[in-house]
Design a protein around this ligand. Structure first.
Ligand code: COA
Length: 324
């Protein structure tokens, strides 16, 4: 293994222009702004236009991340996209994005680990940069058009989700102990019925496949697995909770985030959240929140940052970063 580290050289996000407020949702299904805000913390979400596909969102976020990194497309050696809402079975969204961005013919592929997918993608990219000889910079994207798999007549799910894309540019550096330091990941597929979506390409063209969820089971499991992931990550890196300057969790529900912080005895002032304005955007959630936290100077040089995610599968994970 090479010495050195993998740093986050640039970040970018993209939110579709159209906003869907709780009040508007209340005219579509039997719900209210008050119910949604008190049960989830969400006030609005962004929804892509009908002609805007998931790769369009990814394209915008990627361009913003490259600009933030002060790099050009020719500098990218590897592209990984995390998504559950690509508009076709194949080619991958990454392949479409490679051409859209005008990248060189670099290795480009998608992964599906639902809402934890961005952390899975970061782990794969960081190992390739750290250990491979062919890569110096990677573009890692989380992109979702969840509005395409939401049942807009099901009030128990449609109030939660939104569309977005976020991207990181990662770079190998010979410097030690900086950037992405460690990641804990896991999965348990023994109860897929608790959160799932059927095939995107049904044989019966009249059947639309939507996301289905057992909200309370997801709620309990998410807190349990995210807490365990953070505890393991800190333990094996010999860090205390008080060493962490900023926690950026998957933006599913404010009550989940608050319960997680409480179960860890971690102060909410050190937790970044933006779900009030964007809702749950699955694998776009963490990079979008991270980009907003960075712009808001939520963390500084030398800070330890923890990212934590949970999603359908179930899948989960936590990543430790030391900001350069
Ligand atoms: N508006 C108004 N009422 C609603 C509603 C809505 N949008 N959705 C559900 N309800 C009703 C239910 O029908 C139920 O009514 P009843 O008591 O008459 O049967 C009542 O509200 C309570 O429903 P319940 O499911 O027990 O609510 P909850 O407190 O568990 O909150 C969630 C529901 C979905 C907000 C919550 O379970 C949750 O956030 N779970 C995690 C979801 C998640 O994050 N998924 C993605 C993970 S990556």
């Amino acid at each position: 293994m090479k010495q050195g580290s993998v740093i986050i050289r640039g970040v970018g996000s993209y939110l579709p222009r159209k906003i869907l407020t709780n009040h508007e949702l209340a005219s579509m299904v039997d719900t209210s702004d008050e119910w949604i805000r008190t049960r989830t913390g969400i006030s609005q979400r962004h929804i892509a236009d009908a002609n805007e596909v998931c790769s369009d969102l990814a394209h915008m976020a990627s361009k913003n991340a490259l600009a933030d990194a002060h790099l050009q497309t020719k500098d990218i050696d590897l592209l990984i996209v995390s998504t559950i809402t690509h508009n076709m079975v194949f080619p991958s969204l990454a392949a479409i994005l490679q051409a859209k961005l005008g990248l060189r013919n670099v290795m480009s592929f998608d992964i599906n680990a639902t809402c934890s997918g961005f952390l899975y993608a970061l782990e794969i990219a960081a190992h390739l940069l750290q250990n491979g000889n062919s890569y110096r910079c990677a573009l890692v994207v989380g992109s979702e058009k969840l509005s395409s798999i939401v049942d807009w007549e099901d009030r128990s799910t449609c109030v939660l989700f939104g569309d977005a894309s976020g991207a990181f540019v990662l770079e190998y550096t010979p410097a030690e102990h900086v950037g992405i330091l460690d990641t804990v990941l896991g999965a348990d597929g023994s109860s897929p019925e608790k959160l799932y979506c059927g095939a995107l390409q049904p044989t019966d063209v009249n059947t639309k496949h939507f996301m289905k969820m057992n909200g309370q089971e997801v709620f309990k499991n998410s807190i349990y697995w995210m807490r365990k992931s953070i505890e393991e990550l800190l333990k094996r890196n010999h860090l205390k909770k008080t060493d962490v300057a900023c926690l950026i969790p998957h933006q599913a529900n404010l009550r989940i985030i608050q319960s997680l912080a409480q179960s860890l005895d971690f102060p909410m002032e050190h937790v970044f959240y933006n779900l009030d304005t964007v809702g749950n955007t699955s694998s776009a959630s963490i990079p979008v929140a991270f980009a907003q936290a960075k712009s808001a100077h939520y963390f500084h040089s030398g800070d330890y940052i923890v990212l934590v995610a949970f999603g359908g599968g179930f899948t989960w994970g936590a990543t430790l970063i030391k900001w350069p």
